[in-house]
Design a protein around this ligand. Structure first.
Ligand SMILES: C[S@@+](CC[C@H](N)C(=O)[O-])C[C@H]1O[C@@H](n2cnc3c(N)ncnc32)[C@H](O)[C@@H]1O
Length: 262
């Protein structure tokens, strides 16, 4: 029994992750981390695509705080899109934010359609990074920007046993690669001005705080109320495994950004 038994991002997983990571977020860091992914960029008036948008937290922030004109969030999980659509109404953003369920594969948009592609910790679920970057280049306008955060690995060698054990414990389809692989894929897809940022130390520190919080009161009771005692225990054990692979430096969250050459 695990919180991913009702789907990779089923209702229990969504409720638990929003409790830990904040309303609208299925990844760590909230709006502060979104700010860092787009730091220094002027997003006013831009038309943005968020790939693997989850419950829409980043889309809402990019519109409300960064002045994006509009954003479309896409995701393969109907329940996260339902939650994002619910929040769109709650935040009164139906004229600017739209969310769609998609099937994995080619992006369902015309060529040169978006000013920017954003993504937060979703590419790890997509195995073929080279095809993904080429397709992102296709849907971007000339000089369009990709700005992404992802859960990556130190290198592209086969994962260590502890990493394999951690990935198996998560119960998610995870295809983490190195920042180097993304850089090569971006260059081959026609991107330039590649900027990279390693976030391992930041998340190691935050993940420790998250574990402390979820295993002590008052959060412990909220987690148990959300997913039950057995799954609360299992999930805190998985968090410890994640902290282990962050500590040895094999699990490396990071950001990258690049511009499509015209
Ligand atoms: C860790 S969550 C992050 C969600 C959101 N970006 C956030 O930061 O809150 C990863 C998301 O990627 C989605 N996903 C997985 N494979 C996908 C694919 N091929 N295309 C689009 N979304 C995908 C999952 O359903 C999930 O909502």
């Amino acid at each position: 029994m695990s919180i991913t038994d009702d789907g990779e991002y089923g209702q229990k997983q969504i409720d638990f992750l929003e409790l830990i990571w904040g309303k609208g977020f299925l990844s760590p860091g909230g709006t502060t981390e979104v700010d860092l992914v787009v730091d220094g960029l002027d997003l006013s008036g831009l038309h943005i695509l968020d790939i693997g948008c989850g419950c829409g937290g980043a889309v809402f922030h990019l519109i409300k705080q960064h002045g994006a004109a509009s954003a479309i969030g896409i995701d393969i999980e109907p329940l996260v899109i339902a939650r994002a659509t619910q929040l769109t109404k709650e935040y009164d953003l139906t004229d600017k934010a739209r969310f769609e369920v998609v099937t994995p594969g080619k992006l369902p948009f015309p060529d040169q359609h978006f000013d920017m592609v954003f993504s937060k910790d979703a590419f790890l679920h997509i195995p073929d990074k080279e095809t993904l970057m080429a397709d992102i280049a296709r849907v971007l306008k000339p000089n369009g920007i990709i700005a992404a955060s992802d859960w990556m690995r130190l290198d592209d060698n086969p994962p260590s046993q502890v990493m394999q054990d951690y990935i198996a414990a998560e119960g998610l389809d995870m295809h983490m690669c190195s920042l180097d692989r993304y850089s090569k894929a971006l260059t081959n897809a026609g991107f330039a001005n590649i900027k990279r940022q390693d976030r391992n130390a930041w998340y190691l520190d935050l993940a420790e705080q998250e574990w402390q919080s979820m295993t002590t009161e008052p959060m412990r009771s909220q987690v148990v109320a959300c997913i039950g005692e057995a799954e609360a225990n299992e999930t805190s054990n998985i968090w410890r495994q994640m902290i282990g692979v962050l500590e040895i430096g094999e699990h490396r969250p990071g950001h990258f950004r690049a511009t499509k050459q015209s």
